[in-house]
Design a binder for this molecule. Structure first.
Ligand code: F6P
Length: 355
């Protein structure tokens, strides 16, 4: 038995837990040969892999990052070469076939699973395993890494709260999350943020300023504003930190926190500071909850392969581990809706969403 595994897109805590389970189970139960492709699809395009044995995945259950490396640049359908952009997907398919790969486990977010779905259309047997701190993959309620990242956001907010209170300041905390507000909303809800701004709801700064000023009037002279990097105001645009041209997803967001802090200070007369959490949200050990989720998802992914079922992504639905067609997350993103239970819960206690 020969299988491949790769981790693609931005890293997150819990990737190694998933790799470990796939490798250990398939070796333990089936004496399989497991090829770990390096740096996501780069390893498939450039035929770069290492064979993973039992020892190579020992002691990695709680290690941050990914032992296989990752990349959010390589896509076999759009390879940037010195002669321009080329489609090397047929080459990749032939290569996997030649190696005798019976299943390719793709641990990744929407970019990776979209590529995996297209490889599946070309006949490659794939099983996707969802990961992303953004939690924006369609088809699954939770992805590996999200809960650890949200816990980090919550911890960071709790830390800035005490200094905000001592100095009677507005403290703006900027999170990642791309175009979805899950990370800001869960992190903010778990830390009692006063204001949570998410991309799904265009914000009005006047509403936020009024809310902060009203708190100050009532004696609470500090406020915590959690803002997702992808937000935009009712009139404004998103703030883009950089453009990565050779990436399938070229825009890198970030920087909105400064703008919001400056404007709020001007509008309320209350001193404001900003903390940008950045890549700290992606690093470090996965929480036990994420280690378990990653292991359970990987276990189910192996089950599917052993049952001869591919072209699927494992998923969490209604709290259970299940699977969906790879076509479900293909090219889409999952957003916070107004009927989300956490959103409704926050609204019920008057948390300001800037509208
Ligand atoms: O998708 C995960 C993520 O961390 C986003 O939240 C963020 O916008 C982006 O990746 C950052 O990408 P990079 O690692 O290229 O800076």
């Amino acid at each position: 038995m020969k299988v491949g595994i790769l981790t693609g897109g931005g890293d997150c805590p819990g990737l190694n837990s998933a790799i470990r389970l796939v490798v250990k189970r398939l070796i333990h139960e089936h004496d399989a040969q497991v090829y770990g492709f390096l740096d996501g699809f780069r390893g498939v395009i450039e035929q770069d892999y290492k064979v993973l044995d039992f020892d190579s995945v020992s002691n990695i259950l709680d290690r941050g990052g990914t032992i296989l490396g990752t990349s959010n640049k390589y896509n076999p359908f759009r390879v940037y070469t010195k002669d321009g952009v080329q489609d090397k997907s047929d080459e990749a398919v032939r290569y996997l076939d030649k190696l005798g790969i019976e299943c390719l486990f793709t641990v990744g977010g929407d970019g990776t699973q979209t590529i995996a779905a297209e490889m599946a259309r070309k006949g490659v047997p794939v099983v996707g395993i969802p990961k992303t701190i953004d939690n924006d993959l369609v088809g699954t309620e939770f992805a590996i890494g999200f809960k650890t990242a949200a816990a980090f956001v919550a911890d960071a907010v709790m830390r800035v709260r005490s200094t905000a209170e001592s100095h009677h300041r507005i403290l703006v905390v900027e999170t990642m999350g791309r175009y979805a507000g899950w990370l800001a909303m869960y992190g903010g809800a778990a830390s009692g943020a006063d204001v949570i701004l998410i991309p799904e709801i265009p914000y009005k700064l006047e509403k936020v300023a009024d809310f902060v000023a009203a708190r100050a009037k009532k004696g609470r002279k500090y406020s915590i504003v959690v803002v997702s990097e992808g937000v935009k105001s009712v009139t404004g645009k998103r703030v883009v930190r950089r453009v990565v041209n050779d990436s399938p997803e070229p825009l890198r967001l970030g920087g909105i926190g400064d703008h919001i802090a400056n404007e709020l200070e001007d509008m309320t007369g209350i001193e404001a500071r900003v903390t940008v959490l950045g890549h700290l949200q992606r690093g470090g050990r996965p929480l036990p909850e994420d280690r378990l989720l990653a292991s359970r998802l990987a276990f189910h992914a192996v089950d599917l392969f052993l049952d001869g079922k591919t072209g699927l992504m494992v998923a969490v639905q209604n709290g259970d581990i299940t699977e969906v067609s790879m076509e479900v997350p293909h090219g889409k993103q999952r957003f916070v809706t107004m009927d989300d239970p956490v959103f409704k819960m926050e609204r019920s206690i008057g948390t300001c969403f800037g509208y």
